[in-house]
Design a protein around this ligand. Structure first.
Ligand SMILES: Nc1ncnc2c1ncn2[C@@H]1O[C@H](COP(=O)(O)OP(=O)(O)OP(=O)(O)O)[C@@H](O)[C@H]1O
Ligand SMILES: [Mg+2]
Length: 453
């Protein structure tokens, strides 16, 4: 017997239903008995049951409708169909529509009990399997985000903290820092994971196309609208809509998006019928939205709507500790993809990767490693496998680092730089000294001088 199993008995024959119901209750199952056909369908669709017993045929009731409602309400729910006479044709239909068993009346209590037990066991196994699969999927999405540095740990903690809520999230970060990876992780670790994750890149879309993409349109709404079309908001219903490059959204579309967020409903282009949608929004941008607000190209009110939670993805050069981890993972990935035997990277190649500025961030590192795996003739990837431009200008990107520091006293920059490097390596002075290219004793002196602890 399955504990806490919930059984629905849908049969117009109240006497029969009553008998079956009390037999099952006696066996310890929670039973609900309904005889009115519409109510039977409503109950079956509620998703509250593990098993539904229903009749079929003129006297048996609207079994087919109950069956499809039950399967839709909860795909794990199983249905046993009982009919009072031989109706082979309908039995086939019922089985084809997903009924688990088909029993022909009169059914003895012992027989009924046996099939009920068997069906509930089936349901429980299926539920356990689904739960396990979900858990694996969730972990998998998280595992996809590689990074052990402090800044990435903070990002991961935040993702875990907000994933299961419905709050709107704004992800900011330079190109290639993993904004979409994080957006997916949020979706797949949320309760919306069984519905869709729908990405849309807003960059380069003119207002009319963007709006018809987002909200859909009715037939004849504009020239070329030869049929009506569902927009991404409707398509993502109960799931997550990921608006990438939101900073590039035209101002008129921003106004419409804001209205949708405020009302929770959309209106298709060319219609005035509001449609309720349940969509979680995640937006991403590589731009500075506050600056765009000052310039008057991004709506302040929309910014505050989107910015309920902000996740800032630090550029790779500010989390150098992740470089070896990412590089190793990408070596494994591409060795498999390209069918190569590659064991890893030489110490020399590692050092170049570590020191490089990565203006293209994780994406650039990933491409670089793929290039190396494909180009190598060796089982270890060495400096000679690196793309040439990296060896020529190993410091590229690091100029950007000091972009906003111009005009400040050198000592202040040195202090800040040392502090950040120490944070990066979790206070490991040996590694910090190596990264900074100075001796450990020199580093120690500077730590004393600047009062860094
Ligand atoms: N932390 C990470 N762990 C593993 N792979 C990552 C990570 N961050 C990024 N990647 C990989 O780097 C590439 C770029 O990531 P993604 O597309 O999410 O970046 P993005 O910030 O959306 O970039 P863009 O602004 O150019 O759209 C992808 O191939 C992604 O799988
Ligand atoms: Mg992206």
């Amino acid at each position: 017997m399955q504990e806490h199993a919930n059984v629905l008995i849908a049969a117009p024959d109240q006497e029969l239903a009553g008998t079956v119901g009390s037999a099952l209750r006696e066996a310890g199952y929670a039973c609900t008995v309904v005889s009115e056909p519409d109510e039977a369908v409503r109950e079956a669709a509620s998703g509250l049951y593990d098993l539904v017993l229903t009749g079929l045929g003129p006297e048996g009731g609207n079994g087919m409708a109950v069956l499809s409602a039950a399967r839709q309400g909860d795909p794990a729910c199983q249905v046993i169909v009982i009919t009072s006479e031989s109706r082979a044709e309908e039995a086939v239909d019922a089985m084809a529509a997903g009924a688990l068993y088909y029993l022909q009346a009169p059914v003895s209590p012992a027989e009924l009990m046996m099939f009920t037990d068997r069906a509930l066991e089936y349901v429980q196994t299926a539920r356990e399997r689904d739960a396990m699969r979900e858990e694996l999927a969730r972990r998998h999405e998280f595992d996809n985000i590689i990074g052990n540095s402090r800044p990435m740990q903070r990002v991961l903690a935040k993702v875990a903290q907000i994933a299961r809520t419905n709050v709107t999230v704004l992800i900011q970060g330079e190109t290639g820092t993993g904004k979409e990876v994080v957006a997916r992780a949020i979706h797949y670790s949320s309760d919306r994971r069984n519905a869709r994750f729908v990405p849309l890149n807003c960059a380069g879309l003119v207002e009319t196309i963007l709006e018809s993409e987002l909200f859909g349109h009715e037939k004849g709404a504009f020239t070329g609208a030869t049929s009506s079309r569902v927009g991404l908001f409707e398509y993502a219903d109960r799931g997550t809509l990921f608006l990438d490059e939101i900073g590039d959204m035209p101002p008129a579309s921003q106004t419409k998006l804001l209205r949708v967020l405020e009302r929770g409903e959309i209106v298709r282009v060319g219609s005035n019928e509001p449609i309720y949608v349940d969509v979680r929004l995640i937006a991403a941008t590589h731009q500075n939205l506050r600056q765009k607000i000052e310039e008057g190209t991004f709506r302040r009110d929309l910014f505050y709507r989107l910015n309920v939670v902000t996740i800032n993805l630090p550029p790779l050069r500010e989390r150098q500790g992740d470089i070896p981890l990412l590089a190793d993972a990408f070596v494994r990935e591409f060795a498999e993809v390209h069918g190569r035997t590659v064991d890893g990277l030489t110490a020399g190649a590692r050092k170049v990767l570590f020191r490089y500025g990565w203006p293209g961030n994780v994406r650039e590192l990933r491409n670089c490693v793929e290039h190396m795996v494909v180009a190598t003739t060796d089982e270890l990837l060495g400096e000679d496998d690196l793309p040439e431009y990296m060896l020529e200008r190993p410091g590229e990107g690091s100029e950007d680092l000091l972009g906003s520091a111009a005009g400040q006293p050198l000592e202040q920059i040195e202090k800040l730089h040392i502090a950040r490097t120490l944070e990066l390596v979790d206070g490991n002075r040996e590694r910090a000294a190596e990264l900074l290219g100075i001796g450990e004793r020199t580093l120690y002196r500077k730590i004393e001088k600047y009062g860094l602890r």
